[in-house]
Design a protein around this ligand. Structure first.
Ligand SMILES: [Zn+2]
Length: 122
């Protein structure tokens, strides 16, 4: 199974992927770009697209929304929209982590697969 992310196919987003974004001299299937941290989506964009009922962030950048990891009727999940790593914490007990760990859990991926998915590399 080699499922490509359902959204954000580089060819159709018009986001201006340059050929220099990819290293064609080596198979990208076996490598994660060394600058992957810089290429992660911003926590603001990432979480806004995936969390229901996301509130406006407070002065420290924390916003609350529905946790996708449990049957959440309140806004148990806090995410940081400004910190570089996009910290998250579920106050109902689902845990905490950063943007990559959130994506791992949301998609059921391992770390490397989650990073590749986030930066748009197969
Ligand atoms: Zn939760």
């Amino acid at each position: 199974m080699n499922a490509f992310p359902t959204r954000k196919r580089p060819a159709s987003t018009g986001r201006g992927f340059r050929s220099s974004d990819f290293n064609y001299s080596k198979p990208t299937t076996s490598r994660t770009p060394s600058n992957w941290r810089e290429r992660l989506p911003s926590p603001r964009d990432y979480y806004a697209a995936r969390i229901e009922k996301l509130s406006r962030p407070n002065a420290a950048g924390w916003a609350q929304g529905r946790c996708p990891f449990h049957e959440d009727h309140d806004a148990s999940l806090s995410v940081n929209l400004t910190a570089a790593r996009g910290a998250w914490r579920c106050f109902a007990g689902c845990g905490a982590g950063d943007l990559v760990s959130f994506h791992e859990r949301l998609r059921g991926l391992g770390f490397v697969e989650a990073v590749r998915d986030l930066v748009g590399v197969r």
